[in-house]
Design a protein around this ligand. Structure first.
Ligand code: SF4
Length: 197
Protein backbone atom coordinates (compact mmCIF):
# COMPACT_ATOMS: atom_id res chain seq x y z
CA UNK A 1 0.00 0.00 0.00
CA UNK A 2 1.05 3.57 -0.57
CA UNK A 3 2.35 5.12 2.63
CA UNK A 4 1.41 8.58 3.84
CA UNK A 5 4.15 11.07 3.04
CA UNK A 6 4.46 14.52 4.52
CA UNK A 7 4.56 17.66 2.42
CA UNK A 8 1.43 17.66 0.28
CA UNK A 9 1.88 20.24 -2.41
CA UNK A 10 -0.53 23.03 -3.05
CA UNK A 11 -1.47 23.95 -6.62
CA UNK A 12 -0.48 20.53 -7.83
CA UNK A 13 -2.24 20.78 -11.17
CA UNK A 14 -0.64 24.12 -12.03
CA UNK A 15 2.70 22.70 -10.99
CA UNK A 16 2.25 19.72 -13.30
CA UNK A 17 1.39 22.05 -16.18
CA UNK A 18 4.51 24.12 -15.53
CA UNK A 19 6.68 21.00 -15.39
CA UNK A 20 5.22 19.93 -18.73
CA UNK A 21 6.07 23.35 -20.15
CA UNK A 22 9.71 23.01 -18.99
CA UNK A 23 9.81 19.52 -20.50
CA UNK A 24 8.45 20.85 -23.80
CA UNK A 25 11.13 23.56 -23.76
CA UNK A 26 13.78 20.87 -23.19
CA UNK A 27 12.41 18.89 -26.16
CA UNK A 28 12.53 21.99 -28.36
CA UNK A 29 16.06 22.90 -27.25
CA UNK A 30 17.48 19.40 -27.83
CA UNK A 31 15.74 19.16 -31.21
CA UNK A 32 17.38 22.44 -32.24
CA UNK A 33 20.74 21.13 -30.92
CA UNK A 34 20.42 17.97 -33.03
CA UNK A 35 19.58 20.00 -36.14
CA UNK A 36 22.32 22.56 -35.53
CA UNK A 37 25.10 19.99 -35.09
CA UNK A 38 23.66 17.21 -37.26
CA UNK A 39 23.77 14.66 -34.48
CA UNK A 40 21.20 12.14 -33.25
CA UNK A 41 20.87 8.88 -31.36
CA UNK A 42 22.15 5.73 -32.98
CA UNK A 43 19.12 3.82 -34.21
CA UNK A 44 17.76 1.30 -31.69
CA UNK A 45 20.44 2.28 -29.18
CA UNK A 46 18.80 3.37 -25.89
CA UNK A 47 22.01 2.40 -24.03
CA UNK A 48 21.56 5.45 -21.79
CA UNK A 49 18.38 3.94 -20.33
CA UNK A 50 20.49 0.99 -19.17
CA UNK A 51 22.79 3.14 -17.04
CA UNK A 52 22.89 2.14 -13.36
CA UNK A 53 23.35 5.61 -12.00
CA UNK A 54 20.63 7.85 -13.45
CA UNK A 55 19.55 10.47 -10.95
CA UNK A 56 16.39 12.53 -11.22
CA UNK A 57 14.03 14.64 -9.12
CA UNK A 58 10.59 13.47 -7.93
CA UNK A 59 9.23 16.72 -9.37
CA UNK A 60 10.06 15.86 -12.97
CA UNK A 61 8.07 12.64 -12.66
CA UNK A 62 4.88 14.24 -11.37
CA UNK A 63 3.33 14.46 -14.88
CA UNK A 64 4.06 10.76 -15.36
CA UNK A 65 2.56 9.82 -11.97
CA UNK A 66 -0.45 11.99 -12.73
CA UNK A 67 -0.91 10.19 -16.04
CA UNK A 68 -0.82 6.81 -14.26
CA UNK A 69 -3.33 8.13 -11.73
CA UNK A 70 -5.71 9.24 -14.49
CA UNK A 71 -5.44 5.77 -16.04
CA UNK A 72 -6.20 4.11 -12.69
CA UNK A 73 -2.74 2.55 -12.55
CA UNK A 74 -0.97 4.63 -9.92
CA UNK A 75 -1.08 2.04 -7.12
CA UNK A 76 0.05 -0.67 -9.51
CA UNK A 77 3.04 1.45 -10.55
CA UNK A 78 3.84 2.26 -6.92
CA UNK A 79 3.83 -1.43 -5.96
CA UNK A 80 5.95 -2.30 -8.97
CA UNK A 81 8.58 0.38 -8.36
CA UNK A 82 8.64 -0.36 -4.62
CA UNK A 83 9.48 -4.01 -5.30
CA UNK A 84 11.89 -3.34 -8.15
CA UNK A 85 15.44 -4.22 -7.16
CA UNK A 86 17.45 -3.44 -10.29
CA UNK A 87 19.43 -0.20 -10.56
CA UNK A 88 18.23 0.49 -14.13
CA UNK A 89 15.12 2.59 -14.71
CA UNK A 90 11.94 0.58 -14.27
CA UNK A 91 10.63 1.84 -17.61
CA UNK A 92 13.53 0.60 -19.71
CA UNK A 93 12.52 -2.44 -21.75
CA UNK A 94 14.90 -4.62 -23.70
CA UNK A 95 13.05 -7.84 -24.39
CA UNK A 96 10.52 -9.45 -26.72
CA UNK A 97 11.53 -7.20 -29.60
CA UNK A 98 10.96 -4.00 -27.58
CA UNK A 99 13.72 -1.56 -26.76
CA UNK A 100 14.13 1.59 -24.77
CA UNK A 101 11.58 3.65 -22.92
CA UNK A 102 8.02 2.39 -22.52
CA UNK A 103 6.71 5.75 -21.21
CA UNK A 104 8.45 8.01 -23.73
CA UNK A 105 5.89 10.87 -23.91
CA UNK A 106 5.89 11.24 -20.10
CA UNK A 107 9.58 10.54 -19.41
CA UNK A 108 11.54 12.73 -17.03
CA UNK A 109 13.45 15.95 -17.68
CA UNK A 110 16.87 14.29 -17.53
CA UNK A 111 15.68 11.77 -20.14
CA UNK A 112 14.83 14.65 -22.49
CA UNK A 113 18.14 16.48 -22.02
CA UNK A 114 20.72 13.73 -21.69
CA UNK A 115 22.97 13.31 -24.71
CA UNK A 116 22.05 16.56 -26.42
CA UNK A 117 22.87 19.19 -23.84
CA UNK A 118 25.81 20.44 -21.80
CA UNK A 119 26.86 20.38 -18.19
CA UNK A 120 28.55 23.31 -16.50
CA UNK A 121 32.17 23.00 -15.40
CA UNK A 122 33.36 24.54 -12.13
CA UNK A 123 33.70 27.92 -13.85
CA UNK A 124 30.14 27.78 -15.18
CA UNK A 125 31.32 27.09 -18.74
CA UNK A 126 29.16 24.76 -20.83
CA UNK A 127 30.73 21.42 -21.83
CA UNK A 128 28.95 19.01 -24.17
CA UNK A 129 27.89 15.89 -22.23
CA UNK A 130 27.83 13.31 -25.00
CA UNK A 131 26.68 9.77 -24.24
CA UNK A 132 29.08 6.78 -24.23
CA UNK A 133 27.64 5.38 -27.48
CA UNK A 134 28.15 8.52 -29.55
CA UNK A 135 31.61 9.10 -28.09
CA UNK A 136 32.52 5.58 -29.15
CA UNK A 137 30.79 5.47 -32.55
CA UNK A 138 31.39 9.03 -33.72
CA UNK A 139 34.28 10.58 -31.74
CA UNK A 140 35.15 13.11 -34.48
CA UNK A 141 31.66 14.61 -34.50
CA UNK A 142 31.53 14.73 -30.69
CA UNK A 143 34.95 16.42 -30.65
CA UNK A 144 33.80 18.92 -33.27
CA UNK A 145 30.68 19.80 -31.26
CA UNK A 146 32.78 20.21 -28.09
CA UNK A 147 34.98 22.68 -29.94
CA UNK A 148 31.98 24.58 -31.34
CA UNK A 149 30.50 24.91 -27.85
CA UNK A 150 33.87 25.89 -26.39
CA UNK A 151 34.00 28.74 -28.83
CA UNK A 152 30.48 30.00 -28.07
CA UNK A 153 28.23 27.61 -30.01
CA UNK A 154 24.67 27.42 -28.70
CA UNK A 155 23.71 24.53 -26.42
CA UNK A 156 21.01 23.71 -23.91
CA UNK A 157 22.54 23.57 -20.43
CA UNK A 158 21.09 20.91 -18.13
CA UNK A 159 21.49 23.03 -14.99
CA UNK A 160 19.41 25.86 -16.54
CA UNK A 161 16.42 23.55 -16.87
CA UNK A 162 16.86 22.20 -13.34
CA UNK A 163 17.05 25.75 -11.99
CA UNK A 164 13.65 26.41 -13.61
CA UNK A 165 12.29 23.20 -12.16
CA UNK A 166 13.64 24.07 -8.74
CA UNK A 167 11.75 27.38 -8.83
CA UNK A 168 8.48 25.41 -8.85
CA UNK A 169 9.28 23.56 -5.64
CA UNK A 170 12.43 24.29 -3.69
CA UNK A 171 12.48 20.87 -2.01
CA UNK A 172 11.40 18.45 -4.70
CA UNK A 173 13.11 20.27 -7.59
CA UNK A 174 16.46 20.11 -5.86
CA UNK A 175 16.26 16.53 -4.61
CA UNK A 176 18.34 14.43 -6.98
CA UNK A 177 17.84 10.74 -6.16
CA UNK A 178 18.14 7.45 -8.09
CA UNK A 179 15.56 7.48 -10.86
CA UNK A 180 13.35 4.69 -9.46
CA UNK A 181 13.17 6.47 -6.12
CA UNK A 182 12.19 9.69 -7.89
CA UNK A 183 9.36 7.82 -9.67
CA UNK A 184 8.23 6.25 -6.39
CA UNK A 185 8.18 9.59 -4.59
CA UNK A 186 6.22 11.18 -7.43
CA UNK A 187 3.61 8.39 -7.05
CA UNK A 188 3.35 9.08 -3.32
CA UNK A 189 2.84 12.82 -3.86
CA UNK A 190 0.02 12.31 -6.36
CA UNK A 191 -1.58 9.66 -4.17
CA UNK A 192 -1.46 11.90 -1.10
CA UNK A 193 -2.89 14.84 -2.96
CA UNK A 194 -5.79 12.91 -4.41
CA UNK A 195 -6.50 10.90 -1.25
CA UNK A 196 -6.70 13.90 1.05
CA UNK A 197 -7.90 16.77 -1.12
S1 SF4 B 1 12.01 7.12 -18.08
FE1 SF4 B 1 12.32 6.24 -20.11
S2 SF4 B 1 13.85 7.61 -21.11
FE2 SF4 B 1 13.97 7.97 -18.88
S3 SF4 B 1 15.59 6.58 -18.17
FE3 SF4 B 1 13.60 5.53 -17.89
S4 SF4 B 1 13.42 4.28 -19.75
FE4 SF4 B 1 14.99 5.86 -20.18
Amino acid sequence: MLAVKSGIMLNLYQKIQKIETIQAEADKATKAFKNRYQIDCIEYCAECCKYNDINATPLEFLPLAWHFYKCGKLEELFERVSNYNKPQCIFSVFENGRWGCCVYPTRGLICRLFGFASVEDKHGKACFAACHSLKEKNPELVQHICQMINTGGKTPVIADFYRKLNMLDLNLGDELVPINQAIKEACEIIYMHEAYK
